[in-house]
Design a protein around this ligand. Sequence first.
Ligand code: NAP
Length: 465
Amino acid sequence: MSVSGSPTSPLRVAIIGSGPAAFYAAEHLLKQTDVPVQVDMIERLPTPYGLVRGGVAPDHQKIKSVIRIYEGIAKHSAFRFFGNLELGRDLGVEDLPAYFHQIVFATGAQTDRHIGVPGEDLRGIHSATEFVAWYNGHPDFRDRTFDLSAERAAIVGVGNVAIDVARILLLPHSERVITDMAPYALDALSASQVREVSMLGRRGPAQAAFTNLEIKELGPRIDGDVVVTPEDVELDPLSAAEVEAGGRIVKEKVEILRHYSTAAPSGKPGRLFVRFLVSPVEFLGDERGRVRAVRLERNVLVRDEGGGAACRGTGRIEELPVELVFRSVGYKGVPLAGVPFDERRGVIPNDHGRVLEAAGGAPVRGLYATGWIKRGPTGVIGTNKADSIETAKLMLADAAQGLSLEPTSPAPQAFETFARGRQPRLVTFEDWLALDRIEIERGAPLSRPRVKFTTVEDMLAALAD
Ligand code: NAP
């Protein structure tokens, strides 16, 4: 078996997806000098950057500025971007071994989890992920509608996505207009009647999934008060022990929540109720099939098998009137045809990034995974760097041992010709940079970071001009 990757025949790598994990994998592969590598990044949209463009909140521009680093990676002479090329539509996984030694899946977690209670399909109940993609102008979600004439909304889950949704709903409009939120979302939110938002945590404050920075910035930023009841921040013995053992960060989280619980009302119009130890057990609808309330069961914490804190219902039920609901209980990966998939975990089964035939099974030669499709939907953008370095190192080690695919057409031009045959409207990185410039130019007179294109047709039309 020959070693893959030499100056005359570089290691040809296809990366599927163009979010942070994809770029960090490309960065590591292109930065090292032991093995000559060429990277082709395949992205189904004409725009790169995955959740940085379509997931990170539009009022978190500082986080979004990480794209300038990715831009630097894309400038490497051995990097090519194949935008508007969709695996499963324009080409299949089975087409790739003819052109590449290695294939890396960095496809993220494209759908969301369900709660699994009656009434979850009522009108007015949405996933947070679709709302986030909608206000961020993702072409697949731009036509979704949300009834923002509702006054009371609930968000199930207390992670950072729940916080983003709560903040965007209650942000003063003057703050929304200076973001790169999609224009249609800006219009819809300007007419929003939502005044009360309840974020519902099934466990206690010590177990809340949000991070301290995110919960702390809510109070000053929203056009309303963060309301936490003092009883909700009283710690049961299990939580007290967790806080004690958890160190500074958990202690600070509980302190922030306690601070909210004692704060005097500011007079601002909105209310964000952050609730703990409650689980939705049923959504109730009106005669038109629209959600009108959620039945919540009070929980207590019990020790789970791993020694952590799990919630158990007490049978005590309350009814919370709401006309709009977002479930924000985590993202979930989707399977790709021809690639092993672990349905239970929603990830590609893998061993530190080497794709396996099934969980615990043998490695599949030449296939790798990184990011959320590798480890599940956890961590912040930077978490993907270490994750992708781990995968990239294994790829280089496998290449050194000749454990790669054996492409029959490894010349870069061969894949480009094939890809153009399947998708004549390929979008290159140069094309994306042109779109980027237009978006930024459109935003400048409005003091907005950019005005996004939100349909693929508009993007392609702008490139054809
Ligand atoms: P997450 O952090 O995993 O939070 C999910 C939330 O849903 C948790 O509160 C969880 O409670 C709850 N939940 C799960 N199943 C439930 C059920 N059946 N009923 C009620 N509640 C349920 O997920 P996420 O908010 O989607 O965020 C995904 C990742 O992106 C996270 O790592 C997050 O930090 C990151 N992110 C970061 C930022 C930022 O840095 N600003 C912004 C957005 C997202 P339990 O804890 O009890 O399971």
